[in-house]
Design a protein. Sequence first.
Length: 610
Amino acid sequence: MTATWWAQPFAPDGSAAAVGIQRQLGAPRLDPLTVLVREAAQNSWDARRGAETVDFRIALDRPGPMRREAWKRYLGPCSDHLVDVDLGEALDSPDLVLLTISDRGTTGLGGPLRADQASEESSDFVDLVRNIGEPQSKRFGGGTYGFGKGVLYTTSGIGMVVIRTRCMWEGRVQTRLIGAALGPRFDLGGRRYTGRHWWGRIAADDYPDPLTDAEATEAATELGFPQRGPNELGTDIVIVGARLGNVYHEEGDTETSRGRTVREAGEYLASAMLWNLWPLLLADDADSEQMTCGLSIDGEELAIPSPHTVLRLRPFVDAYRDAHVPGAVILERKRPRTPLGRFGLATYMSADRTLWTDSAAPFSGAAHHCALMRQAGLVVRYHPGPSYPEEALQYGAVFRTLEEVDEAFADAEPPTHDDWIVEKLSSPEYQSYIRNAFKRIDERLRDLVEKAETEPSSGDAQPPLGALSSRLSTLVPSVGGNGAESPSGQGIAGTGGRQSRPNVRIVEAPRLTMRDGEAVITAVLQADSSVSDLPIQVRAQVVLESGEESDPPLGSDSPEVLEMVSGEGHRVLGDSVRLKPHDPRRWTVFVRPVTGVVTRLHVTTLREQT
């Protein structure tokens, strides 16, 4: 092996210093691991090959002794005057984590090996490995000027990555392997160096080139890179000594923090995939995913759920689908009339608790946001709107730019692609597009919430959640009906239909939760302890947009009461329980709702007369 490290000297006419590359992202408001997922996935998506599904994966590994020794043998030691990092110390650290980003279904990093070589083919290799600030060449691509790759280096504790790619070059498959590192600039022998370094084979002209083909494959295998088929294209990037970030806790007025464990970092990265890439994870018109995501921790796969099963994401998924049906709402600039983007909106029940899939969520509590996205399909950010008056409800909206104006929104993005900034634009026309988009989005969100706040309840006997959902003409689970009492204490019918103290009442408002991998509605009932023999039945019916209840059409799904569970853990399958004197009086009802309809629960009691 003749590969070694090479330090870049400043050219007489100037060069980009390493510190400038590290700082090009500025100070993002996002967590660094979120920025990493967004930028890496964007690069993979822009490199997709035709209509193939892109497989995007991240692996967190704590390498064993043999793999550590291979890394030392191939990439170390680094001469202090060439690379201002202690690779040997990093590889010996018991906390060493190698973070590998991989993609399949992509073209790999093709094109020339040198930045000064002209070619009719792509320049992906030099754009990622050598150049800074190259404009995005793909129509509707997610990136703009390639600054985001700086996060690869800042995620490394020693500023080092090693890249293996397999691509088509000059009509054949070629494998390439190269290392790169960023450090402080330095002077040596009367010459100034940029702080940029590459590891590879030093050519006759004293410039570093990647190892290629059999030599690259042998080294990548020794270093433990993911296996690839002989002709399988794609890229793997190993971040050496990955920084995993911190977990923050608030106790009163005091905030404390600690470093994430490898498991916590893996769950956070998977959550970031869901919250930022979910539009690409949905099936397209051909009924196949555009992108799949995977994550492993020390070789063990972490199961990443489908976006529509993540309760806090569900409204956005439904809104996205709503925005892409024939006749969907198109938001426009009014004068002059200019269509700007597709818009969808969906209301859903709030989740009852936070799961690991929410760890990278960009907001806390119930959703009241619009997911902004361009033609590339990745989420730019979640734009907040007013909250629902009922905390048990949440809504999600989606705005996706149209092809004709996508360039304006791309130009409005900062290097991290996480916002649309009007002041960034020099074109008054483009500024007008952005302002009008936000204005129309805000109008839609405000109208939704104002309607919920001002329209009267459809019946005093309904709990507030059921009344609200009936007013909205949107599809959310709800609860209400005879034989129960709402949390506000409103009276309802008891024995024989006469007004009396209720035999059973709802003491915890309905919430949406995950149970055995599916979304269910839960409601907690409290039965009257003075009644010795109390039959209780819970009945679930669909509610039409008119507010009337109905049995579902023949052949369609029906909401189902699955079981009731007492506070002591007693389980009763089905929709009925008969309480004897010593039976528990507090029960949780589990109901499987029907997607796309309102489900109302009726709790009835038949107190026996003696």
